[in-house]
Write a protein that binds this ligand. Structure first.
Ligand code: B12
Ligand code: SF4
Length: 587
């Protein structure tokens, strides 16, 4: 009898889809034939072709909030062709009722056991959820299937893996606290070390592998597991890895020991979030209770051990303003990480951040307007004075960070721009006022400017001052050349010597005999390329891929440069999979 057929569908991203890899491994182990279709943009043509020509028995969608509307339309079309359909993934986990309108089965949270039952024909239609699911074993992934269908993933020297499920923290913008509530509290489930070793060895047998990126929320949280991992990974796999963790995990002697084990195991770099340089926003808006000292000390411990460091921040959170964003820039300048990565906030419904945003009138949408990437633009209506008024009210009630005061306060929209704020007993504390549409537009523009340049800015002297100057540049002066002039003036005022030698060095790195040969865009603004490793190479790439195409607006140029710069810093800095000269400014 011919094997039954399953199609797995997910949104394409440059990072390989881990859930899909493991789910396709499960389909393989169940003896079914499987195809994976990854959707670029909203183009579902390939999926419809596959459904019509390959005639699968079931189609399974992985849906994330942000691509849900287009995905639902595609689900309807597939079901219209007579094929039963299952939806899983984060959107199914947190918005299962909506998903149920477009599927025969909806799987909330952990999906391996339920998918097995679907393939076995024993799971009734409907919505399914199991609290015990988070402890279920991961099937070994089917990388061959994905890599043969999408060779780019296979050819990449970096592969992703997942070692643990769960995170105990409570960041407002994240679904992890909601996941914990659904499961009656936090529990960390680590995959067996031997499975990870086996998975890595399977990659090494067939595919290039210079670095593994562990996508866990808090890699190495459990010290006992980490001890076993460190020993076996180093001796049996021996491939460097990058991991994500929390700054709290670097604290005290336990933190030192953990970082030593990371290093021993072959960890070459760490990603961790700071999110804001403003302590009030961290404590009361983001629910990330960590003082500056903890942040600075934790980052220092990581870099002192020779590991590279990516910090992450979110611009445009509720009650932010230009000053708080510049504090974030300043904190990063003090840390000097390998890469200071930034996104712009999306206020996801069902998260505490979604609730704060709607309670204070900052966001009135239902997430159908959210984009599926985190760099584009702020969708919030921001507050005049940033944290000023709300900080005063939080101080009036004597709240501590752990009180989650912004959720406890009651609010009432007084007028189009004013929101009254009451304490939990109903006593009026004051009000917050939204920015006028024009000022809001201006602030959102500032955010985009900062986001595009954030990779570079912390590496300049007096970074926050430079950030302010650039954010406030009049629109008519906001050109690539104008930005170059401002940075040059800034460097001169900061008493940086030998600026002409920076230009000589960039010309030499680009292979020119003299600065006179530098192409126009680099001659007029070489500075950003002087603060990153292999800056001459980045400048060349920028020219090659059309970053300075005269038909582009300044925004488009910076958008392209921001993306290119980030990738460059990943390769030459964070992951060190390319070797290049050190930054010109540090020579
Ligand atoms: C790695 C990662 C990324 C990577 C890439 C991920 C990729 N290509 O797969 C990058 C950096 C690109 C990324 C980007 C984003 N991410 Co992200 N990301 C993650 C992270 C850290 C790990 C995902 C993962 O691989 N998990 C491991 C695998 C095994 O789990 P899984 O995919 O969820 O699959 C399990 C179940 O969901 C279920 N399942 C999943 N699909 C299906 C399908 C079927 C048919 C069935 C039956 C079951 C099923 O079964 C699996 C086993 O239990 C998660 C947090 C987390 N801890 O999961 C956030 C997370 C998924 N991301 C999130 C968000 C919000 C985003 C962004 C939208 C952010 C933004 N504002 O722009 C973007 C957009 C991504 C996009 N639309 O393509 C949210 C999703 C929330 C939501 N409601 O959708 C999460 C949950 C973070 C959080 N805690 O809030 N992300
Ligand atoms: S530490 Fe990361 S995974 Fe955990 S709650 Fe915060 S953002 Fe979510």
């Amino acid at each position: 009898m011919a094997a039954k057929r399953f199609v797995l569908v997910a949104q394409y991203s440059s990072i390989e889809p881990l859930g899909i890899l493991h789910l396709s491994g499960l389909v393989r182990d169940a003896g079914w034939d499987c195809k994976v279709v990854l959707i670029k943009g909203d183009d579902y043509a390939e999926l419809y072709d596959t459904v019509q020509n390959w005639r699968p028995d079931i189609v399974g969608f992985q849906i994330w909030t942000g691509n849900h509307l287009a995905a639902f339309r595609a689900c309807n079309t597939v079901r219209g062709l007579g094929v039963p359909l299952v939806i899983g993934g984060p959107h199914a986990t947190y918005f299962f009722e909506e998903c149920a309108k477009h599927a025969d089965w909806v799987v909330q949270a952990s999906g391996f056991g339920f998918l097995q039952d679907i393939l076995g024909g024993v799971l009734p239609h409907g919505v399914h959820f199991s609290r015990e699911g988070r402890s279920e074993p991961f099937p070994l992934p089917d990388r061959d299937l994905l890599y043969e269908t999408y060779p780019g993933y296979g050819e990449s020297p970096i592969k992703s893996m997942f070692a643990s499920v769960g995170c105990p923290y409570k960041c407002t913008y994240c679904y992890a606290p909601v996941f914990n509530r659904m499961h009656n509290g936090f529990l960390l489930t680590n995959r067996p070390v031997d499975d990870l070793v086996q998975e890595a060895k399977a990659i090494l047998r067939r595919w290039p592998l210079s670095l593994v990126y562990f996508q866990d929320d808090v890699f190495g949280f459990n010290p006992k597991w980490l001890g076993e991992f460190a020993q076996k990974w180093k001796t049996e796999v021996g491939v460097p890895f990058h991991a994500q963790m929390r700054l709290e995990m670097t604290q005290h002697a336990g933190g030192d020991k953990r970082l030593d084990l990371f290093r021993e195991a072959g960890c070459s770099g760490i990603t961790l979030a700071i999110e804001s340089g403003n302590a009030f926003l961290r404590d009361h808006v983001l629910f990330r209770h960590m003082p500056d000292e903890l942040i600075l000390e934790g980052c220092r411990k990581i870099m002192d051990r020779g590991m590279t460091l990516r910090t992450e921040q979110i611009l445009g959170v509720p009650f932010s303003n230009l000053e708080t964003e510049l504090q974030t820039l300043d904190l990063n300048a003090r840390i000097n990480p390998t890469l200071a990565w930034t996104s712009i906030l999306s206020p996801y419904g069902g998260t505490a951040m979604g609730t704060i945003s709607s309670n204070y009138g900052l966001y009135r949408g239902n997430n159908d307007d959210l984009l599926d990437n985190f760099f584009e633009a702020s969708v919030l209506r921001h507050i005049d004075g940033g944290p000023r008024d709300i900080e005063r009210m939080v101080a009036m009630v004597g709240a501590t960070p752990k009180d989650e005061t912004l959720l406890a306060f009651r609010t009432e929209q007084r007028s189009a721009t004013e929101v009254s704020v009451f304490d939990a007993e109903g006593t009026l504390l004051g009000s917050v006022t939204h920015l006028t549409p024009k000022d809001n537009e201006r602030y959102c523009r500032d955010l985009v400017r900062l986001q595009r340049l954030f990779n570079f800015l912390p590496k300049f002297p007096d970074a926050a001052l430079l950030g302010r100057t650039l954010a406030l540049m009049p629109q008519q002066e906001w050109t690539w050349e104008g930005i170059g002039r401002q940075i040059e003036q800034h460097l001169v005022s900061a008493n940086v010597e030998n600026l002409s030698s920076w230009k000589d060095a960039i010309a030499a790195e680009m292979g020119y005999g003299s600065v006179l040969e530098l192409p126009g865009p680099i001659a007029s603004n070489p500075w950003l390329f002087c603060v990153v490793p292999a800056g001459g190479h980045l400048a060349r790439r920028a020219l090659e891929v059309g970053v300075f195409d005269p038909l582009l607006s300044t925004e488009e140029t910076l958008d392209r440069l921001g993306t290119l710069g980030r990738r460059h810093l990943f390769e030459y800095g964070l992951y060190q999979i390319q070797v290049g000269s050190s930054p010109i400014c540090s020579r």
